[in-house]
Design a protein around this ligand. Structure first.
Ligand SMILES: *Cc1c(COP(=O)(O)O)cnc(C)c1O
Length: 364
């Protein structure tokens, strides 16, 4: 008997997506870092990326990179969340590359490396306005870069990078990429040698590549979301660019079992307070409608917006930690108890479902 809820991972779709992205980037002479954190760092996904030609495997979590290495990933590993000082020792043992932004951390890294007589490569992050990690001021960035170059013999400054379209929703425009180029040139002037890497951002920085306006100096992008989700997340990551339509949005799909089926009102009956998560929800009264109750909940996938029913006309309407209500009044199909329904998944659902210990996984 198969177990449910069942998350299916289609490696062919993942490889098709990564190959396509690498194709776009190689036309622009850009190397791709394959970011695995969206799948909770599944080692099999890292191996897919590597097979497709991703030159680095990256994650924001050391545990995930460790698993990728143990599963046989040969590509250099890149830690892409700016390091905690408390993890530097483990990070230096495991990863060839990391993104960094603080002098304190870089100095501590030098100390760790010199004790072990090891070297490590860093990409110094520039904050071009998105307000997550990175040095906000150009002169300051040049100063820290020179400090690495001149004072930290075990830390190699491989390049600079930036991250946009994240906490601050800043669009990676041609102008922002030119700004990164300008900052990179200032660093090169200061240290008197070329940088190996100028890393222009994440999935959203594919837009200037699609538009053929990426400055030649940007030679590296760190890509995860679009490869895992395809066009289902292109609105969030690439503002609905039709280039993404050639990608698969079925790399990760979810099958869930129906545990109740019937007709119920669409508006709760009684005095309304808060839902299972303490939220005051809004309910639209659409009268009595056909609906099913599904054996999965927000504990598994996060928010209902991240589940996209593959059954035409179906709509997920509400959920608690372990239950999900789906309206099927407008569907041609009639679902009964024991039937299974399938969903496509947005990024946040993939992230949660790959971690949930109550979700079974099938890879093919
Ligand atoms: C998550 C992350 C990425 C990848 O972002 P996607 O949107 O998944 O492509 C790249 N760089 C950094 C620093 C990240 O944290």
């Amino acid at each position: 008997m198969k177990h449910y809820p069942l998350l299916t991972i289609d490696h062919e779709a993942i490889r098709h997506n990564m190959q396509t992205v690498i194709g776009w980037c190689s036309n622009a002479v850009i190397d791709v870092v394959g970011v695995i954190k969206g799948s909770t760092g599944m080692a099999s996904v890292a191996l897919d990326y590597e097979e497709c030609g991703a030159k680095w495997i990256a994650s924001s979590r050391l545990e995930q990179l460790k698993r990728a290495r143990e599963a046989g990933v040969k590509a250099p590993l890149m830690m892409i969340r700016v390091s905690m000082i408390s993890e530097l020792e483990e990070m230096a043992e495991l990863c060839e590359y990391s993104l960094q932004s603080s002098t304190e951390t870089l100095d501590a890294l030098e100390e760790v490396l010199s004790k072990k007589d090891m070297t490590h490569k860093v990409i110094l992050m520039a904050d071009l306005g998105d307000l997550r990690e990175g040095i906000f001021d150009k002169e300051e960035l040049v100063k820290v870069a020179a400090h690495i170059e001149n004072d930290l013999p075990h830390v190699h400054l491989a390049g600079i990078g930036t991250n946009l379209g994240c906490v601050g929703s800043v669009v990676p425009t041609k102008e922002k990429m030119e700004m990164l180029t300008d900052w990179a040139e200032a660093v090169e002037d200061s240290i008197g040698r070329p940088l190996e890497i100028v890393s222009g951002g994440a999935t959203s920085s594919l837009m200037p590549v699609m538009d053929n306006v990426m400055p030649a100096k940007v030679n590296n992008l760190r890509i995860g979301a679009l490869v895992l989700c395809g066009p289902l997340e292109d609105y969030r990551t690439c503002y609905g660019r039709e280039e993404a339509d050639v990608l698969s949005d079925e790399a990760f799909t979810l099958e869930v079992e129906v545990i109740e089926s019937g007709i119920k009102p669409t508006h709760p009956v009684g005095e309304l307070g808060v839902n299972a998560f303490g939220e005051r929800a809004e309910y639209v009264d659409r009268g009595e409608r056909k609906r099913v109750l599904l054996a999965i909940g927000r504990a598994d996938y996060g928010d209902i917006e991240a589940l996209v029913p593959m059954l035409g006309g179906a709509e997920v309407t509400m959920a608690s930690g372990d239950h999900t209500v789906m309206d099927i009044e407008d569907c041609n199909a009639d679902l009964k108890v024991g039937d299974k329904v399938k969903f496509k998944l947005k990024y946040s659902a993939i992230l949660r479902l790959t971690t949930s210990e109550n979700v079974y996984k099938e890879e093919r």
